[in-house]
Write a protein that binds this ligand. Structure first.
Ligand code: CDV
Length: 325
């Protein structure tokens, strides 16, 4: 039996390039315009990108003090981001915003906040899966210094009851890890929201560029389907000072189907009148966790970080089994 529909106006605001020379005030003006558009098209919530207020600075090797000074936010809201909060309260719309967080005691996180339709910050998420490296790679065309500029998030994957639903947050690289969404699913999330900055080129190996888009969409679709939740993902994209990042902002239904996808690499708003009840059938049947999950067989997921020896049969290092072929 299918449940009665529960509609939720869900918007993703993709952001085109933000160059080093662009001011925060200019970026916030673009976000404000997209928030207005999202609301006028019926959205209850709008999802903005990861590190939305500045260029994607982890591509630059710079002195730590300069990075902290130029790119991090010591408070949220701040004078520059206050217009977003004011408009959210006026229009009665919630939002997700990614930014570089500097804590009072000087710690740095890649963070997102969840803001309700009265402009209260109701949730905070600090990015857990930090990609890239911490050393300087002068031979690479650009850097990916998230491991240098941020600490690993220390607050876990939570789900917030707000805006009439249950919302989980994550950031960019987290979307490639199934654990991210399963932990949200186990807290009955109906919607997962995230922002991302995905460079079109992989500096570690010559990955064909088209795979960047396909693995991005594949990750969102698998996450949505396997956890019976809506997934909304917002890119910062296009060429920032010549460094290209993929677009492909998308809203995915609990069926795993993409129901909206950005057409270009500029500022663009997607809105879907999402039926939150669509997830119920999946939660009650194929992904009825209480009925079908077998955690007694999943121990390795929390016991091991890297891949190791097989639990049965000869050690992999000496085995001649088909596993090695
Ligand atoms: N900002 C990111 O986390 N970017 C990564 C890239 C480096 C692969 C991503 O997963 O999209």
């Amino acid at each position: 039996m299918s449940s009665t529909s529960r509609r939720f106006g869900l918007a993703v605001a993709q952001l085109g390039p933000v160059h080093l020379a662009n001011s925060r005030a200019g970026v916030v003006a673009r976000l404000v315009a997209m928030m207005r558009e999202a609301r006028s098209r019926g959205a209850r919530m709008v999802v903005f990108p990861e590190l939305a207020l500045t260029t994607f600075f982890p591509r630059y090797w710079l002195p730590d003090a300069e990075v902290t000074e130029r790119f991090f936010e010591p408070s949220m809201p701040s004078a520059e981001t206050q217009p977003l909060f004011d408009l959210a309260r006026e229009l009665r719309i919630g939002f997700y915003l990614g930014y570089a967080e500097l804590t009072e005691d000087g710690r740095r996180f890649n963070t997102a906040v969840l803001v309700d339709d009265q402009a209260n910050i109701v949730g905070r998420y600090r990015k857990i899966h930090l990609p890239g490296h911490s050393d300087h790679k002068p031979e690479a065309p650009f850097q990916h210094l998230e491991k240098k500029y941020f600490e690993v998030g220390n607050e876990g994957f939570k789900v917030w009851k707000t805006l009439g639903t249950r919302i989980g947050m994550c950031i960019c690289n987290d979307r490639r890890w199934p654990e991210t969404f399963r932990v949200m699913g186990l807290q009955s999330a109906e919607l997962a929201v995230l922002g991302y900055n995905t460079p079109s080129w992989n500096i570690h190996w010559s990955e064909p560029p088209h795979l960047r888009m396909s693995s991005h969409l594949l990750s969102l679709q698998a996450a949505a389907y396997q956890n019976a939740m809506w997934v909304a993902a917002s890119a910062k994209c296009g060429a920032e000072d010549g460094f290209h990042m993929i677009g492909g902002s998308a809203i995915v239904a609990p069926s795993g189907e993409i129901v909206a996808q950005a057409q270009g690499e500029e500022d663009e708003v997607l809105v879907v009148n999402a039926d939150l009840a669509l997830g119920d059938n999946f939660r009650e049947h194929v992904f009825n966790f209480a009925k079908h999950r077998r955690p007694e067989h999943y121990g390795l997921i929390v016991e091991r970080t890297g891949a190791g020896e097989s639990l049965g049969g000869p050690p992999l290092s000496t085995s001649t089994s088909s596993l090695q072929e």
